[in-house]
Write a protein that binds this ligand. Structure first.
Ligand SMILES: Nc1ncnc2c1ncn2[C@@H]1O[C@H](COP(=O)(O)OP(=O)(O)OP(=O)(O)O)[C@@H](O)[C@H]1O
Ligand SMILES: [Mg+2]
Length: 245
């Protein structure tokens, strides 16, 4: 992202959602994005996905002004209620160019990995919120995207389910390691999941700082890592607070 700005044009006044956002996500890197409500996080994800075009600056993927192959996960999993779990996941591969057999094999593999095989023929309405979000993640990962974008995927879930899915996401992510941009309001979650945390302030949205997490992944879900995680979380919080002033 190279000096990216975005203005929503609307009747009664334009809204400058982002201004001069510059940052790079390396291959195989997990970046979390935190910042106050309305600061432009979702807008940045839409730009990264190529759903919006920047009104200033450019988005560069591997040296070219083009959008990578992305997959998005939203707060509500955004499943089609009339399709089974299997068909919701399979839909992501519809126009992938794979043969039907290859598609079915990939879908089955991803369902098994996300613990959904037993629920493959169930409709989303019969699932818990946590299971629905698992389907959303399975659907995003089945395409093996170059860039994985997640917009507060766990914020509608209770704390226990969130923690379970967080650890699961780390496990799936480690198998494919797509470049990842993960929006969350939960700073601890950001620190446990990410390699770096980008800190944004609002109106218009800018990146004001970043924090490296520098805690070995294998240790992040152990009690011993608690103080180190809390220390990074506090540093991020301090920067957000300064940003408000
Ligand atoms: N479709 C739209 N039309 C006009 N303005 C919009 C639109 N979507 C977002 N905005 C405005 O752009 C700004 C950034 O919104 P955005 O949704 O990106 O924030 P956010 O950081 O994701 O917030 P939250 O944490 O609440 O999800 C806000 O001022 C919002 O009102
Ligand atoms: Mg948002």
């Amino acid at each position: 992202m190279d000096g990216v700005g975005y203005v929503y044009r609307r009747n009664g006044g334009d809204v400058q959602a982002l201004d001069g956002v510059t940052g790079t996500i390396a291959a195989g890197e997990f970046v979390a994005l935190v910042g106050p409500s309305g600061c432009g996080k979702s807008t940045l994800l839409r730009l990264a996905a190529g759903l919006l075009a920047p009104t200033s600056g450019r988005l560069v993927w591997r040296g070219e002004v083009t959008a990578p192959r992305t997959a998005m996960v939203f707060q509500d999993a955004g499943l089609f209620p009339w399709l089974s779990v299997r068909d919701n996941v399979a839909l992501a591969l519809e126009s992938s160019g794979f043969s039907r057999e290859a598609r079915e094999a990939r879908v089955t593999e991803r369902l098994a990995q996300t613990g959904l095989l037993a629920a493959a023929d169930v409709l989303p309405g019969e699932l818990s919120g946590g299971q629905r979000q698992r389907v959303g993640i399975a659907r995003a990962l089945v395409t093996a995207p170059d860039l994985l974008l997640l917009d507060e995927p766990f914020s509608a879930l209770d704390a226990q389910t969130r923690r379970v899915l967080e650890e699961e996401l780390t496990r799936y992510w480690l198998t494919l390691r797509p470049a990842t941009l993960y929006v969350t309001h939960n700073l601890t979650e950001a620190v446990r999941l990410a390699d770096r945390v980008w800190i944004m302030t609002g109106a218009p949205g800018r990146l004001i700082d970043e924090q490296r997490t520098d805690i070995p992944r294998a240790e992040r879900y152990t009690a011993a890592a608690g103080p180190a995680i809390a220390a990074v979380t506090e540093r991020i919080w301090a920067r957000i607070r300064e940003g408000h002033r």
